[in-house]
Design a protein around this ligand. Structure first.
Ligand code: SF4
Length: 387
């Protein structure tokens, strides 16, 4: 049995980026301290649930907006109440402007093993467009210092597919990343969400998203370039120098391992059941104040939904879908029920069979969801209707 994962959402940033769709806000130190007090309360309220996590992910938001002492109190509480295993793999997302030799030493002292740096770009023009506070030099310095500090894995997040971005510009960012040699790279395509500053700009015709074709071209280029440079992809947005640097925490999301998410907007999953916390910080606090779980809603996934998710998540990873596991879990053979579809996708260069796995090509990875919904999952829907 795989141990569960634990996610902790820190909802603060020093400035809100124009494309950000997360539950975040700016806050003064007193506000952040109050949040820590409430988070400790939520941890206590979950005492005994999903015990023994072996990965702990501080995400957000900007977890480096909390002081090391506050992070230490949170870590102590999760050990006491949730029996997080000794030596659990701790991930910390940080922004380049928060990186200093002292901060790195403190994070190392807390047991952080993967430090994930929100670099986004090494181009000042792009950083300004994305509304980031740091500049190219700070981004470079943060990766260098983090590597010298001796973390097991230093990861750099980059964003691509910006309006008007040429392949040469994006290539420049990747080449700069290669020179700094992090252990892991995440490359996310810019998505313009409603309700964000970019979303409003787009509605007014002031921002034009990159076309789907251009996005697809850059996606393909990214995967090939990084593989050649020694960073093979293992998921649509994630690349690692070697398997030991791949994210142990995210893997739990991709294969339906149980995980507990705490903090505003955090999601949890266990036993075919998914639930998520109130997004608003105040609502989350009010519920906790009333001694209630700060959960906004929950859903129980039937076999049809679980089967579809298994395909969607599987086709987003290089490992693809494990066909024997699928057979054992859902009681039918995907290759038998969707034989002609699999043949068609193979002919179109989207999927291929390797041993007992149905794997996506790079072109398949880019449209994982579209592939997944094409499969015939009728046997599952029928079994759900009967139960
Ligand atoms: S740093 Fe990340 S979480 Fe914070 S506002 Fe920017 S995109 Fe959102």
């Amino acid at each position: 049995v795989t141990a569960p994962g634990l996610y902790l959402h820190v909802p603060f940033c020093s400035r809100i980026c124009p494309y950000c769709d997360f539950a975040v806000r700016t806050a003064r130190p007193e506000r952040r301290e109050r949040f820590v007090e409430w988070l400790l309360r939520e941890i206590e309220l979950n005492r005994g649930k999903l015990l023994g996590a072996d990965t702990v992910y501080f995400g957000g938001g900007t977890p480096s907006s909390l002081a090391p002492g506050q992070l230490a109190r949170i870590l102590e509480a999760i050990q006491t109440h949730l029996a997080v295993v000794e030596g659990a793999w701790i991930f910390l997302e940080v922004n380049p402007e928060d990186v200093s030799v002292e901060a790195l030493r403190a994070w190392r002292g807390l047991g952080v093993r993967t430090l994930s740096l929100g670099v986004q770009s090494f181009e000042d023009r792009v950083l300004a467009f994305l509304g980031r506070r740091h500049e190219r030099e700070q981004a470079r310095r943060s990766v260098r210092l983090a590597r010298e500090a001796g973390f097991h894995t230093v990861s750099a997040d980059l964003i691509y597919g910006l309006p008007g971005q040429s392949p040469a510009e994006w290539r420049g960012d990747l080449e700069e990343a290669m020179r700094l040699a992090p252990d892991h790279i995440s490359c996310y395509q810019l998505t313009v969400h409603h309700g964000t500053h970019f979303g409003r700009q787009k509605a007014r015709g002031r921002l034009q998203e990159m076309s789907e074709d251009q996005q697809a071209e850059l996606f393909d280029f990214t995967h090939r370039f990084l593989a050649e440079a020694g960073y093979p992809g293992y998921e649509a947005s994630n690349f690692a120098r070697s398997a030991e640097h791949q994210s142990r925490h995210n893997r739990k999301y991709w294969d339906h391992t149980p995980y507990l998410g705490l903090g505003p907007s955090a999601h949890s999953f266990a036993d075919n059941h998914r639930w998520w916390n109130c997004r608003q910080l105040e609502t989350w606090e009010e519920k906790l104040d009333a001694g209630e779980p700060p959960v906004e809603a929950s859903e129980t996934l039937g076999p049809g939904e679980l089967g579809l998710e298994t395909l969607m998540l599987g086709f987003r990873t290089y490992a693809g879908v494990d066909l024997s596991r699928f057979r054992v879990r859902f009681g039918f053979d995907l290759l038998e029920t969707s034989a002609s579809l699999v043949e068609r996708f193979k002919d179109e260069g989207l999927l291929f069979l390797e041993g007992d796995r149905l794997k996506p090509t790079i072109a398949g990875l880019a449209i994982a969801d579209r592939l997944a919904v094409s499969f015939d999952l009728a046997p599952l829907t029928l079994s759900a209707a009967r139960s």
